[in-house]
Write a protein that binds this ligand. Structure first.
Ligand SMILES: Cc1cc2nc3c(=O)[nH]c(=O)nc-3n(C[C@H](O)[C@H](O)[C@H](O)COP(=O)(O)OP(=O)(O)OC[C@H]3O[C@@H](n4cnc5c(N)ncnc54)[C@H](O)[C@@H]3O)c2cc1C
Length: 415
């Protein structure tokens, strides 16, 4: 077991001018064979590895990442965490995740900077008010802490909002336990904790093929050679269809760019997260002071991790309309990630027709919030070769049986 982070280790390392900190995780060469190979070193893949080792005692595990840890959507998202989904299946899965977030820094011994500053979802039309109230009621029946706020209550929470703009605010849902977390830290924290439990984390190791024999997976081809595996768990977000194709599987997924921006740092002005599905815009303020702003998906499909200018122009117009006081704040950076969107805006966490091959994908615009819960249920699915009750409904079969879980209202663009 490596060094535990604590006030004592901080003081001890301070005495040697912080030159002797251990590396957070090893960088081993891949072994010839593993019990489980996880493809994709984003938050979900790393969380899966961690819970496989922690909850199921499966430690002969490798996480193969084609680039660097968290270089995919994990470090490109706007970090919004909430669990106020409409349908029981989704709400309970995201709520499991929320409960894991609440103890995650302690569990991982790594500060993921989870900040429960609340999340507001604005309603701009009478129909949106009705839909929001319905979702609030559904959440309350699932013991999720969502409440309906009047425009006056929204204004009290967010004094800079213009309630009477072109997008009038007629109400909002508010989840006080929602918030944000530091995305890189989530990848690093899971990586460090998984490594401590014996998981091999191998970066710069892209998977180029999935080998099968007699309908069962036998391993993966990688840029570092063939790696044998009893089980292969694929968690590659925007690249899911590419990996599925390697195994002869067709996924009901479209890959779209999704963009975000951050502004220059300004003094604290927003202390919650504000989202508007209708205008495809959401905003929070990071601990550094940057405004973190997200857009809707670019409508075309593609794998380039960038998007088109008119999408973010529309988002910024909406932000300025709702928060005129921000009109002269300058934007510092903009980027895109590729999100894997399913027809019912819900993930696939599932076994496949190939024995020993599992897919966790389709989180679309909203999987960051699910990172711990997704890893937890996926680890269960891989370890037991059967889904946990929390993810049983998210099987790939639902696209054949028609048992879809339509979360477009709660997922939409909003995270
Ligand atoms: C701009 C933007 C804003 C977002 N905002 C939010 C938000 O506020 N809240 C929220 O909940 N969600 C949000 N999301 C969605 C969220 O980021 C994703 O759903 C989530 O991070 C997916 O995590 P992951 O670990 O599955 O994927 P990733 O972090 O993308 O990890 C997948 C990894 O697989 C690797 N990989 C791909 N192909 C291969 C291969 N052949 N071999 C090996 N490795 C491979 C990639 O390099 C990548 O590192 C946002 C997404 C974007 C793009």
């Amino acid at each position: 077991m490596s060094q535990k982070y604590s006030i004592f280790s901080l003081v001890r390392n301070g005495l040697s001018y912080h030159r002797n900190w251990e590396r957070a995780w090893r960088s081993p060469e891949p072994k010839k064979e593993y019990d489980v190979v996880i493809v994709g070193g984003g938050g979900h893949g790393l969380a899966t590895a961690y819970y496989l080792a922690k909850e199921h005692g499966i430690r002969n595990v490798a996480v193969l990442e084609k680039g660097w840890l968290g270089g995919g959507n994990t470090a490109r998202n706007t970090t919004i965490v909430r669990s106020n989904y409409l349908w029981d299946e989704a709400a309970l899965l995201y709520e499991k995740s929320m409960s894991l977030w609440e103890g995650l820094s302690q569990d991982l011994n790594y500060n993921v900077m989870f900040s429960q500053r609340g999340v507001l979802n604005l309603a701009h039309t009478l129909q949106e008010v009705r839909d929001t109230q319905r979702r609030v009621n559904a959440n309350q029946l699932n013991h999720i802490d969502t409440q309906f706020l009047t425009p006056h209550q929204v204004q009290e929470l967010v004094p800079i909002i213009n309630l009477n703009s072109r997008y009038p605010v007629l109400g909002a849902s508010f989840q006080p336990r929602g918030g944000v977390a530091r995305h890189d830290a989530v990848a690093w924290g899971f990586a460090r904790a998984a490594d401590h439990r014996g998981v091999d984390i191998i970066q710069n190791c892209g998977v180029t093929g999935i080998r099968r024999e007699n309908g069962a997976v036998t391993g993966v081809d990688t840029v570092k050679g063939f790696i044998k595996a009893k089980k292969v768990a694929v968690v590659v977000a925007g690249n899911s269809s590419v990996l599925a194709d390697m195994a002869g599987i067709r996924l009901p997924i479209e890959s779209h760019p999704l963009q975000a921006l951050v502004s220059e740092s300004i003094k604290p002005i927003i202390n919650t997260v504000i989202m508007s599905n209708a205008v495809h815009a959401y905003i929070s303020q990071s601990d550094k002071g940057d405004l973190v702003i997200g857009a809707g998906i670019d409508q075309y499909t593609g794998y380039g991790q960038r998007g088109s200018f008119h999408t973010i122009e529309g988002t910024l117009q909406a932000i300025v309309e709702m928060f005129p006081v921000l009109s002269r704040v300058r934007m510092n950076r903009q980027w895109g990630g590729i999100v894997d969107v399913t027809p019912d805006a819900c993930p696939i966490i599932s076994k496949t027709a190939v024995k020993g091959l599992y897919f966790n994908c389709g989180w679309g615009t909203g999987g960051f919030k699910a990172t711990p819960g997704s890893g937890w249920v996926f680890a269960h699915t891989v370890a037991n070769d059967t889904p946990h009750p929390l993810n049983a409904a998210f099987s790939i079969d639902r696209f054949y049986t028609g048992h879809l879980i339509d979360e477009h209202g709660a997922a939409g663009v909003a995270h």
